[in-house]
Design a binder for this molecule. Structure first.
Ligand code: GLN
Length: 456
């Protein structure tokens, strides 16, 4: 009730929720109270959370931030939604996002821009901007997000939160609306690494309904944080022995000087905690950016072909024939950025360009992974800024290319399928949060969480 009241009172100014579900939330909370009274509750029984509106929720709207799915009610729950219900987490509602998760500022949501709680004239980041704003505004203790190229880490950075994108395959994609399937991965937002660990425990695990879900044991992320804290309790250098790789390419041109200064101060703090810094090299960010913005739209153009006005989603009025039905349903149902991605992707996949662009980008993708593998020969975790800037003004009218540039530090991780976390390290002179990104080897979310936890 406390969180529902806060949402009712303050979300008009933030616009972080597309749908709030008070009746269901209170019913789930009552059921949780009953379980707890009977001594049958688990760790998270009765704790509220918000889900990004990309996850299918049975009986509750799932819009993906689009007019195309404005009235779509899924007939089933995404696996992670089901997992959350099973441990007694209480869903407060569904949060706003860039349309189909394509964007970095939440301004492409059909349901309007979301305001950053730190400064309501600014964006919260994207595409999971609604989840980040909701947690930062105290509307929910934690929230789910999805990250195809930075959509958890960048809004975490803009909103002063911790957000983790796990290794590709760690969390089921079943029931998560597809953007670029070989990149998409769900994860968690919280105020701290510990909060993220609690939620990640619930989200993770093999799912036979997702063919890319890994059949791998999942560590207890909370237990591993706790045991690490115990071993370190009497240690003034808890990160002794940890080698943090610093990719010089990620601290070069285009990085705002105040962001750079905050991140460098945090790295000094990491050294004070016992970590050592080593220089490493990664693929040049501009190459990574070009590769991502070729491959992700290619996958999107294929995934989004299912919205044809026939099976589900928006259908135009009085189509003249089948072609008109397809054309107008898609032209009217999709926003400008989604149409831009479909056009770019279709171009890259078309006969004549496929080898020159798509196949070439796939090869570069492999090289990017190899560069990460090489860097991890001399370090345990890599640290970079999460984004080149802090939150910018709503309506700043950046060009698509300028917006894409903001993803320059986060997308390499998705191309390589690695786990990565962003945590807050301070503020710029406008009092806006600055984030630092940590990247680990595949399946090593524990190191990310433990490292951030030692800092926090
Ligand atoms: N900003 C990136 C894009 O627009 C990443 C989005 C995401 O991670 N979903 O593609």
């Amino acid at each position: 009730q406390h969180f529902l009241n806060r949402i009712a009172q303050h979300d008009k100014a933030i616009n972080s929720f597309i749908t709030v579900t008070p009746e269901q939330a209170l019913a789930q909370a009552a059921a949780a109270d009953k379980l707890l009274a009977e001594g049958k509750g688990a760790d998270l029984t009765g704790v509220p959370l918000a889900h990004k509106d990309i996850f299918c929720t049975q009986g509750v709207l799932t819009t993906c931030g689009s007019k195309m799915l404005e009235n779509f009610v899924a007939p089933y729950n995404a696996t992670i939604v089901e997992n959350c219900q099973n441990v007694g987490l209480v869903m407060l509602g569904k949060t706003s996002m860039d349309e189909f998760a394509m964007g970095s500022d939440n301004e492409s949501s059909y349901f309007g821009a979301v305001h950053n709680p730190w400064d309501s004239s600014r964006v919260p980041g994207g595409s999971s901007g609604g989840s980040a704003a909701a947690v930062a505004a105290g509307f929910a203790p934690f929230a789910t997000g999805s990250d195809t190229g930075g959509s958890i880490r960048q809004p975490a950075s803009f909103c002063g939160l911790t957000g983790i994108k796990p290794t590709y395959g760690r969390v089921s994609r079943y029931g998560m609306v597809a953007y670029a399937s070989s990149f998409d991965q769900a994860g968690s937002f919280g105020k701290t690494a510990e909060d993220c660990a609690y939620l990640l425990n619930v989200l993770s695990g093999h799912d036979s309904k997702d063919s890319t879900s890994a059949n791998k044991d999942v560590p207890d992320f909370v237990a591993s944080l706790t045991s690490k804290r115990q071993t370190n309790a009497s240690h003034d250098k808890p990160l002794q022995g940890l080698r943090i790789g610093i990719p010089t390419e990620y601290f070069a041109d285009g990085l705002n000087s105040e962001v750079k200064a905050s991140v460098e101060a945090a790295l000094k703090q990491y050294q004070a905690l016992g970590a050592s810094l080593v220089d490493v090299n990664l693929t040049k960010p501009e190459i990574t950016l070009a590769t991502y913005y070729l491959l992700a739209p290619a996958e999107a153009s294929s995934n989004l072909s299912r919205y044809d006005g026939v099976r589900y989603g928006y259908r135009c009025d009085s189509p003249k024939n089948l072609e008109d039905l397809y054309t107008r349903s898609r032209s009217e149902g999709f926003g400008a950025e989604v149409q831009r991605r479909i056009l770019m992707g279709t171009y890259a996949l078309s006969a004549g360009y496929f080898d020159a662009y798509y196949v070439k980008a796939q090869k570069v993708r492999r090289l990017i992974s190899q560069d990460f593998a090489k860097a991890f020969e001399s370090c345990d975790v890599i640290a970079t800024p999460t984004a080149p800037t802090t939150a910018y003004k709503i309506g700043a009218s950046l060009s698509p290319a300028e917006i894409y540039m903001g993803d320059v530090y986060t997308i390499g991780v998705n191309l390589a399928g690695l786990p990565s976390l962003s945590h807050s390290v301070g503020f710029d002179s406008d009092n806006l949060p600055v984030g630092l990104q940590l990247i680990a080897k595949a399946w090593d979310e524990e190191t990310l969480l433990q490292t951030a936890d030692a800092y926090q």
